[in-house]
Design a protein around this ligand. Structure first.
Ligand code: MRU
Length: 367
């Protein structure tokens, strides 16, 4: 997607042909800063500190992290160590494990002298495939939006509610939940997006609002608690969210608060869709609530908040009384029964074992 007219991906190989550049997402929306990663520990830090985040981008960054590690030392023990270090950075998004297993499968059988080149090629393939997957999700999801638009008076926007950031910043390009919105908007279908601010890190307010604004998509930021009210008043035509891990049975793990939106959508008869790239499916598990590891992050994200002052300085201030304990669960699980459909790169399917297996017979049988 474009930033001030310049096309960007979220991660790319630098001009030197070996270091990796990213958009530092911890600086958005107040500054657009590019960071250069030159080694394994910088790549691991970028994922852990959420300079890069969002399930598909975490996977792509892990691929490039292995490539940087192989450039420094292509030995087998270093390959295993690099995968171990990167796997430990964040626990919930399964794209991380998926990408590391793919890198290891490709590199381990090779002579060490051939590993660095092959690692860069494989990381590049993961990134390019993600772009194609997300573009396809955009096409399938835009068809759904188009159907809703067809039932409205001409010019009336389709009102979509989304949670967290599952746009191009969360992937390599396009995004998952936002890809259908970009596709529909670019195709001339009027859309309006309700953007949940998404406490505690406010990925909606700071990232989703930023990228929609840069692309000219009409949107309004709302506090996390507003969605149910809007649904009760007929102001949401559909919800589309992303996912960090979806089970083989269609349970969807996504940013904390997604479940509550799904409950409100269910109660109000609002369709609730999930943009789901196949690398985000964990074919090995069936019960999302019991089997998906939920990341618990630093309490600072709850008891402090950062923002820009009138002087243009970004400052962090305390929110809670000193000494009040906080808890910081980063994700929750929406059971499959609350999900209207999964928008994948191969089409839209029911959130169920059969639905997923029918679209992905090749992957579902290979657990
Ligand atoms: O903690 P984050 O910012 O990495 O969480 C991101 C999300 O929950 C997204 O909705 C999810 O990764 C899907 S991204 C296309």
């Amino acid at each position: 997607m474009k930033v001030d007219g310049v096309p960007y991906r979220t991660i790319w190989l630098a001009e030197d042909g070996w270091s990796v550049e990213i958009i530092d997402q911890t600086r958005l929306p107040h500054a657009f800063a590019i960071l250069r990663l030159t080694n394994l520990s910088e790549a691991a830090h970028a994922i852990r500190s959420m300079q890069v985040r969002g399930a598909p981008l975490i996977g792509a960054a892990a691929g490039y992290g292995v490539a940087l590690a192989m450039r420094a030392d292509p030995g087998s023990s270093h390959l295993a160590e690099a995968c171990r270090v990167l796997l430990a950075t964040r626990p919930t998004a399964v794209n991380l494990r998926w990408a590391l297993e793919r890198m290891e499968r490709r590199l381990a059988p090779l002579d060490p002298a051939a590993r660095a080149e092959a690692a860069y090629a494989e990381a590049g393939a993961i990134a390019d495939e993600d772009v194609a997957i997300c573009a396809a999700i955009g096409n399938h999801g835009a068809a759904l939006i188009g159907e809703i638009a067809a039932g409205k008076a001409p010019g009336r926007p389709v009102k979509v509610l989304t949670h967290c950031n599952a746009g191009w910043l969360a992937a390599v390009d396009w995004g998952t939940a936002l890809a259908p919105i970009y596709r529909a908007h670019d195709d001339g279908i009027p859309v309006h997006v309700w953007v949940d601010e998404t406490r505690p890190r406010n990925q909606g307010a700071s990232l989703t609002a930023w990228e929609l604004g840069r692309h000219g998509v009409p949107h309004t930021v709302i506090v996390d608690n507003a969605g149910g009210h809007l649904m009760q008043h007929g102001d949401v035509d559909l919800c589309i969210v992303g996912t960090d891990r979806t089970t083989a049975t269609g349970d969807v793990c996504n940013k904390i608060g997604t479940y509550l939106k799904a409950l409100a959508a269910f109660d109000n008869g609002v369709p609730f869709y999930v943009g789901l790239p196949s690398p985000t499916i964990d074919w090995r598990i069936e019960d999302g609530i019991r089997q998906i590891p939920i990341e618990q992050r630093d309490g600072r994200e709850v008891f402090e908040i950062a923002g820009r002052t009138a002087d243009g300085v970004v400052e962090t201030v305390a929110l809670t009384p000193e000494g009040s304990p906080v808890a910081n669960y980063a994700f929750d699980v929406t059971p499959a029964r609350l999900v209207t459909g999964l928008i994948t790169e191969r089409g839209v399917c029911p959130a169920s074992r059969d639905g997923l297996a029918e679209l992905f017979p090749d992957l579902s049988s290979r657990r």
